[in-house]
Ligand binder design. Structure first.
Ligand SMILES: *Cc1c(COP(=O)(O)O)cnc(C)c1O
Length: 450
């Protein structure tokens, strides 16, 4: 078996996610034979550093021996059982541990099987809570521009990335969309905190106008990942928590991408010292092994559903693989690594190395900004540095960086014109330097014509 043979078989029969399949007439499709640590190896023996953690899921490397052992042991014990009327120890233990490590007040865990479904659960639960408590007039959601919460119709509706959303607009419920505190758009000389706080006035206005009809505000704390890794200051979340209390509106924190240490703390909400009413977790939850997700909420919200069956207040939502034991075993092994290995502290050092490795690009004429929050580092390529004018999207400059990186042994899949590092936490200094070198060459290549 070779890359070419597998690619030919694949392209005859598969339809890949988030892909214009015609691109593969010229773009190589890489079949992966195995993974180890930060490395992925293809069928021709080429190796690639997985700089984006296979779409932000992997935390402790591919084929991690500790997670492997846990999943194998679970496999010989119980592969799956429904979670309605039945239960299993991995789900119970995982929920107990998550309640301990998430912000205070999150005390009830509802399982699902991927990120989008966790967000759907939060949206439905929030709406249903208000209905159960006599507020059926609350039917709307407030979201930020440039936000992303998944690909199903309700999660697209509360998202705002045009590339994914626009086509389906006629099918979507109408969200109330408020300008993001994204600090890329701050004025010169303005600090992140100043800008994010200033942007909050728009949220305050929306809440003042729409709170009576609104179930919840949904945000990605600190980093809008799919929205080109745009970042904002934790002060915004403090203001938002306070306002949601004042206006009697829930706060949904979608930590699917930023949870489990990505932003430098175990959960991004910690940096603001806030507790949301709902927290959605997936991606890194299983260390990048298996599809699993959770929506955590408060005992008070749970109690609004708890009544005699005939009252019909129950939350009758389910997915076939809800709380799958193999996924729970992988998640428990992942939490074990956090508990035993000083991961957050170790990452501070890694994050510093990441930052230093690309510092030389600050003065590059086509780098509009290098920004970093913890273990997420993004480099935004622009046509004009002073005005931060973007390159026309049709030029697909990021794709040139992607192609170059593949040739040089790195999986650096950009978001538009934004090149980013969001690597497994086991990446070492030499591998970071290698990535920085490859990214630098790629950016030179992609921007070198003017
Ligand atoms: C990836 C992502 C989702 C959706 O998760 P899926 O498992 O891909 O459905 C939702 N919210 C955020 C912030 C994400 O990054």
């Amino acid at each position: 078996m070779s890359n070419k043979a597998l690619m030919q078989r694949d392209l005859k029969i598969l339809w890949h996610p988030c892909t214009q399949m015609k691109d593969h007439e010229t773009l190589p499709l890489i079949p992966i034979r195995r993974g180890k640590g930060v490395w992925l190896e293809d069928f021709d023996g080429n190796r690639y550093i997985d700089a984006i953690s296979s779409w932000w899921v992997n935390l402790f490397g591919h084929a991690n021996p500790r997670i492997n052992t846990a999943v194998k042991a679970q496999l010989d014990t119980l592969e799956h059982v429904l979670l309605a009327g039945f239960s299993h120890e991995p789900a119970i233990r995982l929920a107990e541990q998550l309640v301990q490590i998430t912000p205070p007040g999150l005390e009830r865990c509802f399982f699902a099987d991927n990120g989008s479904t966790a967000v759907e659960v939060a949206l439905k639960m929030s709406f249903h809570y208000w209905r159960n408590t006599g507020h059926s007039e609350k039917t709307r959601f407030i979201t930020l521009t440039n936000s992303y919460h998944g690909e199903t119709l309700a999660t697209l509706a509360v998202g705002d990335v045009a590339l994914y959303k626009e086509t389906y607009e006629p099918l979507l419920m109408k969200a109330i969309t408020v300008p993001s505190p994204d600090c890329f758009t701050r004025d010169e000389g303005e600090s992140w905190a100043e800008h994010s706080k200033k942007m909050f006035t728009r949220m305050e206005q929306a809440l003042a106008q729409y709170a009576d009809q609104t179930c919840a505000v949904i945000v990605e704390p600190l980093v809008q990942c799919a929205g080109n890794m745009r970042m904002y200051h934790p002060a915004y979340l403090q203001l938002l928590r306070d306002a949601c209390n004042r206006y009697n509106v829930h706060l949904i924190a979608d930590e699917i991408a930023v949870g489990f240490g990505r932003t430098g703390t175990l959960f991004a909400c910690e940096q603001a010292g806030i507790s949301p009413d709902f927290m959605c977790l997936s991606k890194g939850l299983t260390g990048g092994y298996l599809p699993l997700s959770l929506t955590l909420t408060s005992e008070q919200i749970y109690q609004a559903f708890y009544d005699d069956y005939e009252k019909l207040t129950a939350f009758l939502h389910s997915h076939s693989y809800t709380g799958n034991p193999l996924g729970c075993a992988a998640a428990l092994a992942t939490l074990d690594i956090f508990a035993n290995d000083n991961v957050i502290e170790h990452n501070q050092q890694t994050a510093r190395i990441m930052g230093k490795s690309v510092a030389h690009l600050e003065d590059h004429p086509h780098v509009g900004e290098i920004r970093q929050t913890g273990m997420v580092l993004a480099i935004e390529m622009v046509k004009d540095k002073a005005s931060r004018t973007p390159y026309p999207w049709q030029e697909r400059r990021g794709l040139q960086v992607y192609r170059h990186a593949l040739e040089r042994g790195a999986l650096l899949r950009p978001l538009g014109n934004v090149i980013y590092f969001m690597p497994p936490y086991v990446i070492n200094e030499e591998q970071i330097r290698q990535l920085a070198q490859i990214a630098t060459e790629g950016i030179e290549l992609a921007t070198g014509d003017d």
